[in-house]
Design a protein around this ligand. Sequence first.
Ligand code: FAD
Ligand code: SF4
Length: 343
Amino acid sequence: MRPFTYERAADLAQASRLGLETGQGQTDARVQFLAGGTTLIDLMKLDVLRPERVVDITPLRSPYATIEAGPNGLRLGALAKMSTVAEHPAVLADYPAISQSLQLAASAQLRNMATLGGNVLQRTRCPYYRDPSWMACNKRTPGSGCAAIAGFNRNHAVLGVDRSCISQYPGDFGVALVALDAQIELSGPQGQRRIAFASLHRPVEGQPHIETTLMPGEVITAFQVTAGGWARRSLYLKVRDRASYEFAIASAAVALEMDGEIVRQARIGLGGMAYRPWRAHEAEAVLTGKPLTEASAEAAAAAALGGAVTHGNNAYKPELGRRTLVRALMQAKTMPVATRKDC
Ligand code: FAD
Ligand code: SF4
């Protein structure tokens, strides 16, 4: 690990001021925020991230780690621990996809340490990105090429990729957030703003080293999800190579508003398939207004994976993604859902 300066942020304004020196893409950022450290320290040890200054934002925990659940929705502080949110009674009851996406991620030790804000900003697990002895990685070194395209790409993405990068977004929670139309609150040198979570991660567009739309110095302070019947009838299904402590090779977050057999609204996120947390609008359009059957679920899944592009080892992924989505939809249809007067 290279030498760096460590500073503790006394408040949000100080964190943003220190963070203002961050470069545009996070990969080459000279300043990094330290939350749980489970991504950051890992990548510093691997010499992938090389910040000159690490700004510890854990002193901000008490105001920015709260969980508020009410009739209008859920607000999760960005410094809340993954495990705390996963086990919160209101999240378990009314936003099961969120609880499951956190519960199925990483290990118990990691979930006890890692925060929500750090989770959505975790980096790809592409082995060529994580090992600087590989020269060709456009995400780590812009313009150097992509070793994965002709290399070992079994776990790489099939949606939202281009020739500059085929890496997969590895997180689970972000897939649930994108399906549930979450918003995020940001605080930075220019003040506070709220954006759709779906617009946090940039499309690749030949610039994989610029991963998010965060402005220099901006801190994620909270996540918001609106309450609704579809949020209660939501689930997160994760498929992985082993039953625990493993990243998704396919996953689906599904939220349905049903009127008997008819789908009034469908919200679908896909994980393990795409460059960034992926919203499957095409699949939603296929389902809306129709009875949910095995056949309509298969048609929706075909639409979701219609644009898949494979590169050899990951040729199995579109079929796995389709089957995962069909299974998630059929499980969501029959899951028990408590009715509430307040929604
Ligand atoms: P940190 O490491 O502290 O920060 C990560 C990044 O986010 C840094 O760039 C930091 O500057 C930035 N940052 C942190 N907080 C903020 C904020 N509030 N505002 C702005 N920037 C911020 N994840 C899954 O989803 N599913 C898995 O199956 C899974 N398995 C894992 C297995 C292993 C072995 C490991 C090591 C990790 C795994 N993870 C998995 C990833 C893990 O969930 C993330 O490392 C963790 O959530 C990151 O949170 P953190 O608080 O530790 O972030
Ligand atoms: Fe780098 Fe992306 Fe290619 Fe992996 S897939 S080597 S992260 S450019």
